[in-house]
Design a protein around this ligand. Structure first.
Ligand SMILES: Nc1ncnc2c1ncn2[C@@H]1O[C@H](COP(=O)(O)OP(=O)(O)O)[C@@H](O)[C@H]1O
Ligand SMILES: Cc1ncsc1CCOP(=O)(O)O
Ligand SMILES: [Mg+2]
Length: 269
């Protein structure tokens, strides 16, 4: 395993590309986080569109800069829409991100996420429990949160998964681990308050899609999204009295974070 030599300046350039290109990001995401995801994408400099209808999802996916597929509130119909959109994106040469939210919670989610993962996502992202479940087929975690997992086992599982799917795998948590199966990078930005609001992981996936839509290469896209989001989280947490205020401040910090801030504040290992 090679540790990738990404510098904070690479991440800063990725953020500049995102702001410059303002990519259209088609989000097939869950009902809990839809509005916060759209707001976070706007704050970061991308253009969100949410479109679930079977009559239009594939058309929009093929025209967008990138697609996000997040299974947080899945229905039978949505699985089919997600598959059609993912295939349309791939057919059009557009990158897409798969977030298998709560994949270990039920056999329905597990079956759907397993199928979607065979449709060539550009990045598969999840928390530790989700990535372990995807890699081993053994459900880890009860709901949508990661709970305690063995970091070494998670990194090995992520690496094996990246190799078998042929995509970048990003595992979020206190430290974020990103791998393409041979090279890897760890991002140490973030704040524990990010784990105390719903939607942090979902927004992280949307920001990865935005980076991809701006033409950033997959491993760098995942790293830049997580470093930018984590640094915004650190800044938002300063003086925040609790999770409610923190979420609003996080949007403000995402919007005001400059490429120079990211170059100075990104913590990569
Ligand atoms: N304890 C923590 N310290 C720093 N950053 C965190 C912490 N918990 C979560 N994060 C950050 O919050 C975002 C969401 O991660 P995570 O909580 O693992 O996802 P999910 O919401 O899908 O479970 C990521 O950007 C991650 O780096
Ligand atoms: C609580 C919940 N239930 C279904 S989706 C969802 C949101 C999960 O968001 P995140 O994975 O970002 O914590
Ligand atoms: Mg999540």
């Amino acid at each position: 395993m090679t540790v990738m030599t990404l510098t904070p300046h690479h991440l800063a350039d990725a953020l500049t590309a995102l702001r410059w290109k303002r990519p259209l990001v088609h989000c097939l995401t869950n009902d809990v986080v839809s509005a916060v995801t759209a707001n976070a994408l706007l704050a970061a400099g991308a253009a969100p569109v949410m479109a679930h209808a079977p009559e239009e999802a594939a058309v929009i996916a093929a025209r967008a800069g990138a697609l996000l597929v997040n299974i947080g509130t899945l229905t039978r119909e949505r699985v089919d829409v997600m598959a059609a959109a993912a295939q349309a994106a791939t057919g059009a040469g557009a990158p897409w991100v798969l977030d298998p939210v709560g994949v270990g919670a039920s056999p329905f989610r597990q079956g759907a996420a397993g199928w979607l993962s065979t449709l060539k996502p550009t990045i598969l992202k999840g928390n530790a429990a989700e990535i372990l479940t995807m890699a081993t087929g053994e459900p880890a975690g009860r709901g949508v949160d990661a709970e305690e997992q063995n970091p070494r086992a998670v990194q090995d599982a992520a690496t094996a998964l990246a190799r078998s799917l042929g995509c970048v795998v990003a595992v979020t948590g206190e430290a974020d681990f990103i791998t393409d199966g041979s090279a890897s990078v760890t991002i140490n930005n973030g704040d524990p308050l990010m784990g105390r609001i719903t939607g942090s992981g979902c927004v992280a996936g949307a920001l990865m899609a935005a980076m991809l839509g701006a033409g950033v290469a997959p491993l760098l896209a995942a790293a830049a999204a997580l470093a930018a989001f984590g640094l915004a989280g650190e800044r938002a947490a300063k003086g925040a009295p609790g999770p409610g205020t923190f979420q609003a401040r996080l949007m403000d910090e995402l919007a005001s974070l400059s490429a120079e801030d990211l170059a100075a504040g990104a913590r990569i290992a």
